[in-house]
Ligand binder design. Structure first.
Ligand code: AMP
Length: 545
């Protein structure tokens, strides 16, 4: 027997309608490129979304067409998100930090017909324009007077483009499984792969992350996503925020500690979201200036492992609840988030921090398992480490144009490429990327654990632990660190810091101090380039391990 309830399609259009109708006075605040603040309401946002959809239709954009963006977190980027998806086209966010060749590959692979970009990316567009053939229109996100000199043919100014357009648009009735957005993963090997989100996956993901145990997004919140809208949809906040009527605060290009702090204080942010390196920078600023973050209640940290020392500092010194999460572009992107259960809330601080340092537990909707190299499921005992596989309504089913089919198992799981353990309460602990794991004498060492301990040392700013070939043990861990400003790192003292914190054979064989560590386009440590750089590193003691 079938149920007798209505079957309303879950579309991004339904979020837009709900937001504008029931939260017309909610604010969207953005820092512009010149540092000034732009501020308007959902009602005004909605009117401009309609005007933009009319303008894009006039340029020839039709349902299914891909529209590319190279843009910071800002109100105009949000307008593009909604206008493009709601008119049935596909909003393709491009990461401007990728190499020029990768950007050209991505635009060509997606066959973007329109490219909208912030003027700070004019240089990228100038190099790109002669190389790609699909783009019919280039639009700079500015007014006519600020239009940059550019090699992009027929460059249009966004504000002139939408100025005279009607404030209504006949949104098409969309199939909820129609594509809404496209984002490429910047894999460390091979070409980037496209993840094509649907309206349904986007809405269901936004509903899920809004939940009380997760981002807990309410109409009384002011949410500041530092995580970029060009990377995995800013963790779904542009959708979940509007769905719940929250005030949204966009930092634009200014992601240094001082600018973020000023924006958080000025706009009374209650929830902030970003990667650990951004929060390290913010902490440094707060320490230097004695600044406070009084309005901020909670912060979401993900994208790479959040060092336990950071969780403690934010909680004890700033009274901010830290939620550590894990996800991937392929997962829309949130897979797990850490919030304590009833019986965990009153545990002693050390035990709570130990739980919060894990990457959280799956949201309803995400199924996960760990398997061995033969694909056999392993126990969720908190000890056994295996390859992490996931499935669920907002997990990629296949890559755009069917790239990398081997990432999908025959029984319907997506292979994440991460190594992890899962404990009896469902908490996930990511130990490594499969490619980053250190195999010493046939046993695995977690590079993330080694890095977390290094950054707990007061002299260390950032740390990367990599596998380097070793005569006896096949591989041994090498620790590469940057010092805190004004501090000297004493190798022996740093290695001694590991005593009692990990098994002795996990302690790195050597430490190299560098001025800067390399990062990928998505802000993660680029261990591949470090491995390349240190592949012939001479161990201080050849017997080591
Ligand atoms: P991306 O698709 O660029 O967001 O990268 C996803 C990858 O980032 C995951 O497969 C993990 O390797 C890594 N990652 C994301 N969140 C975390 C986290 N909290 N701890 C450790 N690694 C993470």
């Amino acid at each position: 027997m079938m149920g007798l309830m209505m079957s309303s399609p879950l579309t991004v259009t339904s979020i837009l309608r709900h937001a504008c109708r029931f939260h017309p006075h909610a604010e969207i605040v953005s820092r512009r490129l010149d540092g000034s603040i732009h501020r308007y309401t959902y009602a005004e946002f909605g009117r401009r979304v309609h005007r933009l959809a009319n303008a894009l239709a006039r340029l020839g954009v039709r349902p299914g067409d891909r529209v590319g963006t190279l843009a910071w977190n800002s109100y105009r980027h949000l307008e593009i998100y909604y206008a493009v998806s709601c008119m049935g086209a596909v909003c393709h966010t491009i990461n401007p930090r990728l190499f020029q060749d990768q950007i050209a590959f991505i635009v060509d692979d997606a066959q973007d017909s329109v490219l909208l970009f912030d003027t700070s990316f004019t240089g990228i567009v100038d190099e790109l324009a002669p190389r790609v053939t699909s783009v019919d229109h280039y639009v700079a996100l500015c007014d006519q007077e600020s239009l940059p000199q550019s090699a992009a043919p027929g460059l249009l100014a966004y504000e002139s483009l939408i100025a005279d357009e009607p404030e209504t648009f006949p949104w098409p009735a969309l199939d909820e499984n129609a594509a809404s957005a496209l984002c490429y993963t910047s894999g460390t090997t091979g070409n980037p792969k496209g993840v094509l989100y649907s309206h349904r996956s986007t809405v269901v993901h936004a509903l899920a992350v809004s939940g009380g145990d997760w981002l807990c997004i309410r109409a009384r919140d002011a949410i500041l996503p530092v995580v970029p809208m060009f990377h995995a949809g800013a963790w779904g906040i542009p959708y979940a925020g509007l769905m719940n009527g929250a005030k949204l605060v966009f930092p634009g290009h200014a992601m240094d500690g001082a600018s973020l702090h000023a924006l958080m204080e000025g706009e009374e942010a209650t929830m902030i979201a970003g990667v650990p390196t951004v929060w390290m920078e913010l902490l440094r600023h707060l320490r230097e200036t004695g600044g406070r973050l009084d309005s901020v209640e909670r912060m979401m940290v993900g994208g790479s492992a959040c060092p336990p020392a950071m969780i403690r500092t934010f909680e004890e010194d700033y009274d901010i609840r830290v939620m550590h999460g894990w996800g991937m572009t392929e997962m829309s992107p949130v897979g797990t988030l850490g919030s304590l259960k009833f019986h965990e809330v009153r545990l002693p601080a050390e035990e709570r921090y130990a739980i919060q340092s894990k990457q959280g537990r799956p949201l309803y909707g995400v199924e996960l398992r760990i398997v061995d190299e033969h694909g056999q499921p392993l126990p969720h005992d908190g000890q056994t480490t295996g390859m992490l596989q996931v499935r669920g309504p907002w997990v990629v089913g296949s890559y755009y144009k069917n790239a990398s089919p081997h990432a999908f198992t025959e029984d319907g799981w997506f292979d994440t490429g991460d190594m992890a353990s899962v404990d009896g309460e469902g908490y996930l602990r990511i130990t490594d990327r499969t490619k980053d794991v250190i195999k010493s004498g046939g046993e695995w060492i977690s590079s993330i654990d080694i890095e977390n301990i290094a950054v707990a040392h007061p002299d260390v700013a950032e740390a990367a632990c990599i596998a380097v070939p070793h005569e006896k043990w096949a591989e041994r861990p090498l620790l590469v660190v940057t010092p805190q400003p004004g501090k000297q790192i004493d190798k022996r003292q740093l290695l001694a810091f590991y005593e009692g914190r990990v098994a002795r054979w996990w302690i790195p064989n050597d430490v190299v101090v560098v001025e800067e560590l390399p990062h990928t386009a998505t802000g993660k440590l680029s261990k591949r380039s470090l491995r390349e750089r240190f592949k012939n590193h001479r161990w201080p003691d050849s017997g080591g391990g």
